[in-house]
Each structure stands twice: as structure tokens, then as C-alpha cells.
Design a protein around this ligand. Structure first.
Ligand SMILES: Nc1ncnc2c1ncn2[C@@H]1O[C@H](COP(=O)(O)OP(=O)(O)OP(=O)(O)O)[C@@H](O)[C@H]1O
Ligand SMILES: [Mg+2]
Length: 316
């Protein structure tokens, strides 16, 4: 079988946590099998006439030394067998344009996740398509509407920006808070920005949330995250502690429900976040968790990921 040219679209290599980075885990596995690994930042991409190109750095990768650049060349994105988009949020207009650029590489290159799918599946908004599986949720830019929603539900709400990650910008709106007006005014930027207001599931404080990694519609590993004391968000970047976790029967059913839609939308590698059996977020841009699963379970989901990439590329 021919060796593959695999491009990874990523944020600046300077900010990568070498020990934890999920993209690195996948790169190292692909490199072990003799495939060529290329690293590109969005700023290295451009489109001219009908094609998209990138100033591609071919790299050798290791957890200890990071990236060693072997070769730099400008390549038509169609010359890659696989383009793995691992650019992180914010999902802003630049991110939108990135999806257009990557789409020009199709169908010659297999782009994962599908640029169309990534455009469709806003990481917060997409869960609304699975109404039965989510906590009571409102997307609105109107502070009064959110207040009415809270009064009806009679519970604390969690307020989330639609375009960020890592717990950034997420606020708690306690029931009957005297500061409700101020909190909502700030969160919606004076009523001009849509946010997600969601029932705060108290189980998150004790049992945390669960990250389940899915590949081609199947679960390939999971772990739990418990918020640190005094924090309501379980994100690892905010001091959340990761723990071993099993999939419950309910979560397995959720996965079966998600599968056909994910596959239809070309969302092959995603990380879902679940609290108390409810879907709270669908990470499609740059889901992480491979290293956590390596360490907690001694399992290697990156092997399955690269098997999948090979199968896709060699079938073409
Ligand atoms: N409805 C909810 N009830 C209780 N806790 C929640 C709820 N939604 C989110 N959380 C907590 O807040 C954290 C962050 O929320 P979420 O995963 O939706 O966004 P994010 O952290 O910005 O996304 P990412 O996982 O991409 O970094 C979760 O890990 C969870 O601990
Ligand atoms: Mg999350």
C-alpha cells in the first residue's frame, strides 16, 4: 500500500502542549507507519483561481522535541491524501473561510471533518438537533427572554458563548440572582449576541462530565472530568480532574442515535460531552482526549484513527 501524505491544519505549534496534544498522538502513530506528515497553519493557506494551496512544512514529530521541519514547499491541497483539520475555535469568520479553502481540496483529498459538516455543526448549536437528549436549552440574545425561561424552569442556568471552547466565557446564572440583569447584559453584549442558556445539571458538580470520543460513528474511548473545588466547569484547562469512566446503557443509546446524522454530515472524528446522560456539547473542530485515554485506560484510540484514515485513502 502506498504511503500517504497527511496534512494537519493546526494552530501555532508554539502553543501546543507536547505531552497532551491529541493531534500529536495521531501524527506520531501515522509517522510510525511511514506516512509523510505535513503541518500547516491557516495563515499558510491561500486560494488561487480554482485551487487551494498551502505552504506545507513536512515535519518529524516527537513528544519530547516537538516539530522538526524537514522540508518546506508550496503544494496544491489536492496533492494530500488526507487533510486533518485540527484548528481550534473560536469558530469565527476566519474559521468559516478556512472551511471554504479546505473544500477546494475535495474530493481528491479526504478532508476530516468534512468542511460542510463543520460549517453545519456549530459545536453548541448542533445539539439542538437531538432534542430528546439535551437539557432544557434556549438560544437567544434577549436577556428578558432568558429570564422568563429561567423563571419557568426554576433552576440555575449555565450561559455559554456559541463560538468558544475550554470553558471560556461560560457563566453561571443562579436562580433569583440579584445580578441577573448585569450577568445577562454582559453575556449577550447588551442583547446583540446569541448565547446558549441551559439548565445547569447539578450532577456536574459531583460526577462531572464525560468526554466520549467517536470515530466513524463508533465510540473509541471516554473519560470523566470532575470540576475542581469552587469551579463549576469541568474543563481540564480549568483544573478539572480526569478519571476513568465507563459508558452507561443510556450513553450507548445516545451514540446510536447520533451515528447516522454524524455520518451523513461527514463528522467522522468528534468528541461529545455528556452530563448526567444528557448531551451538552458536540466537539467537531478539534476534539481532544486521546492522551487522557492512553494514560487512564492504556488504550490507543489513535491506532483506530490512523486505520480509518488509511482505509479512506486507500479506497480512493
Ligand atoms: N448544562 C450543564 N449543566 C452542568 N454543567 C455544565 C452544563 N453545560 C456545561 N457544563 C459544564 O461546563 C463545562 C464546559 O461546557 P461545554 O463543554 O458545553 O463548553 P466548552 O468547555 O466551551 O467546550 P469544549 O469542550 O470544546 O472545551 C463542561 O465541561 C461542564 O462541566
Ligand atoms: Mg466541553
Amino acid at each position: 500500500m502506498k504511503t500517504l501524505k497527511i496534512a494537519f491544519i493546526m494552530d501555532s505549534m508554539e502553543n501546543i502542549l507536547l505531552k497532551w496534544d491529541t493531534s500529536m498522538g495521531i501524527m506520531i502513530e501515522a509517522q510510525k507507519r511511514g506516512h509523510q506528515i505535513f503541518y500547516l497553519e491557516p495563515k499558510d493557506l491561500f486560494a488561487q483561481n480554482g485551487s487551494a494551496y498551502g505552504e506545507a512544512r513536512e515535519v518529524r514529530v516527537s513528544r519530547k522535541r516537538g516539530f522538526e521541519i524537514v522540508h518546506l514547499q508550496t503544494l496544491n491541497l489536492k496533492t494530500f491524501d488526507i487533510i486533518f483539520n485540527r484548528k481550534e475555535p473560536p469558530f469565527d469568520v476566519s474559521y468559516l473561510y478556512l472551511t471554504y479553502l479546505l473544500e477546494l481540496a475535495e474530493p481528491e483529498a479526504f478532508v476530516i471533518n468534512s468542511p460542510k459538516g463543520v460549517r453545519k455543526a456549530n459545536e453548541k448549536f448542533y445539539i439542538l438537533e437531538f432534542e430528546k437528549w439535551i437539557p432544557p436549552t434556549l438560544v437567544s440574545n434577549n436577556p428578558e427572554r432568558i429570564e422568563v425561561f429561567q423563571r419557568k424552569l426554576k433552576c440555575d442556568l449555565i450561559l455559554k458563548p456559541l463560538d468558544l471552547k475550554g470553558g471560556a466565557g461560560i457563566k453561571l446564572l443562579p436562580l433569583r440572582s440579584k445580578k441577573a440583569r448585569t450577568i445577562l447584559h454582559r453575556a449577550t453584549r447588551g442583547g446583540s449576541k446569541w448565547i446558549m442558556a441551559q439548565k445547569f445539571l447539578k450532577r456536574n458538580l459531583t460526577s462531572g462530565d464525560k468526554r466520549i470520543l467517536m470515530l466513524n460513528g463508533q465510540p473509541i474511548g471516554q473519560f470523566g472530568r470532575i470540576p475542581k473545588r469552587g469551579e463549576f466547569r469541568a474543563n481540564l484547562s480549568l483544573g478539572g480532574k480526569h478519571i476513568r469512566a465507563r459508558l452507561t446503557a443510556r450513553e450507548k443509546k445516545l451514540i446510536r442515535t447520533l451515528r447516522p446524522k454524524l455520518l451523513r454530515d461527514g463528522l467522522y472524528f468528534v468528541g461529545i460531552d455528556v452530563v448526567d446522560g444528557k448531551l451538552i456539547e458536540m466537539n467537531v473542530t478539534s476534539p481532544a482526549g486521546i492522551t487522557e485515554i492512553n494514560l487512564l485506560e492504556g488504550k490507543h484510540p489513535e491506532v483506530q484513527v490512523v486505520n480509518f484514515l488509511e482505509a479512506k485513502a486507500w479506497k480512493r
